[in-house]
Design a protein around this ligand. Structure first.
Ligand code: GDP
Ligand code: MN
Length: 386
């Protein structure tokens, strides 16, 4: 789960990670009050959306006086901000961060992330801050410092020195950086983050380091033990169909293709997506209704997938174990009658009571095609979408 920059910076303050002074604003009036409270100019007006690249997209602007704060805020609030991370449809700006402008001597890149390959936490740092780190990684990978921290030992002074020296810091700047990085690590672990990215981390003219930007992503599977963080969720920033699905305990992720699929079990769902791809089609989603899905879940799964305009056909692939095929088939028939099937649906079932299940589907007189096996299902679905 992602949060906004202003929320991340508030959490940073609690962990004594230095950030510029600033306040969130939901209206021009609030922006003006926030700027007045800062008491000096320039002020930075920053669009708050869950995507990066805001600077280049016109979502971050410096205001030299109160007049500019008003004009810029008025123009940003309600605008659709398009960046390389939002996709062409962009994101609507509903909140601004009004922040004290900083005197930037240098810009760095700093992030912490879960490195799956080594099952440890990786520190990534670079002197090439402020720009696209993807470009740096592609063109000049040697300019990115990577340091692995074992969870067992945690962050040590030598990790911090390696990062600080790598960034060319010394004296007061190194001291300031050391405090920031060790607190950032503490924040990362305590809150079950999957990514914390500060780009740019800046060095001010008086040798202090400061997080000028803050992108934080939390491991959703750990959020049950961070109720305070869950409260920071902004549903406006999430895919409406994914929000809908999460209300029914469905593991649903919206993808780019046109074949909707409903599967019970995450492993089977991955295999199903592979086989759809293999047959020359492309999955529109990942949808795991779980091993013991109820009729209600099946109905909602079908409703959500059919609400997706990209979907030109649906593949239902079920292994009847905990969920018996006949119970599942009844669920599909009930759902299909209620919602109305508007695209071809191919069903492949295997497992407990499969014959009874197939009979229920065949007798239902709906636009459902039965598949003999997974390969057959994939070929039928590929044919259905052309
Ligand atoms: P992003 O583009 O979404 O990553 O948003 P950032 O928070 O990184 O802001 C984009 C850019 O705005 C930064 O790289 C800075 O160059 C610039 N910026 C942000 N705050 C300040 C500031 O206080 N002073 C100055 N001079 N530039 C700033
Ligand atoms: Mn940034």
């Amino acid at each position: 789960m992602k949060i906004h920059e202003y929320q991340a910076k508030q959490l940073f303050r609690e962990y004594r990670i230095p950030v510029p002074e600033g306040t969130v604003a939901f209206s021009v009036e609030q922006a003006e009050t926030a700027a007045r409270d800062l008491g000096r100019f320039p002020v930075v007006v920053k669009s708050q959306i869950h995507a990066g690249g805001r600077g280049k997209g016109g979502g971050v602007k410096l205001a030299a006086d109160m007049n500019e704060v008003s004009t810029i805020s008025d123009q940003m609030l309600g605008m659709t901000l398009v960046t390389h991370q939002t996709g062409p449809e962009g994101r609507k700006v509903n909140r601004l961060l009004i922040e004290a402008g900083q005197d930037i001597a240098k810009e760095f890149y700093l992030s912490l992330l879960v490195d799956r390959a080594t099952a440890s936490i990786m520190i990534m740092a670079s002197r090439d801050g402020g720009m696209d780190i993807e470009t740096v990684a592609a063109d000049t990978p040697e300019r990115i410092i990577r340091i692995n921290v074992e969870l067992g030992t945690g962050i040590q002074a030598y990790h911090i020195r390696q990062a600080g020296f790598g960034l060319g810091l010394s004296g007061a700047a190194l001291k300031s950086f050391s405090g920031l990085l060790s607190n950032l690590y503490r924040f990362f672990v305590a809150n079950d983050c999957s990514l914390v990215e500060i780009n740019p981390l800046i060095l001010t003219s008086d040798d202090q380091v400061l997080a000028l930007d803050a992108k934080v992503d939390f491991d959703s599977n750990a959020l049950y033990r961070h109720k305070d963080i869950l409260d920071l969720r902004d549903l406006d920033e999430e895919d409406p169909l994914e929000v809908d699905a999460s209300g029914y305990n469905l593991n649903y992720i919206n993808l780019d293709g046109n074949v909707g699929n409903i599967v019970n079990g995450a492993g089977l769902a991955m295999a199903t997506m592979d086989i759809i791809k293999n047959a020359g089609a492309s999955p529109a989603n990942f949808m795991d209704v779980g091993g013991g899905a109820s009729a209600e879940q099946v109905e909602n799964a079908l409703r959500i997938i059919l609400a997706d305009e990209k979907v030109k056909a649906v593949l239902i692939n079920i292994f009847g174990g905990i969920l018996r095929c006949d119970i599942f088939a009844e669920g599909v028939v009930a759902a299909a009658k209620k919602i109305g099937i508007i695209v071809p649906v191919v069903v492949r079932m295997e497992g407990t009571n499969v014959e009874e299940g197939k009979k229920i589907l065949a007798d239902a007189d709906l636009n459902l095609t039965s598949a003999g096996n997974l390969l057959d299902a994939a070929e039928k679905i590929a044919a259905a979408v052309g």
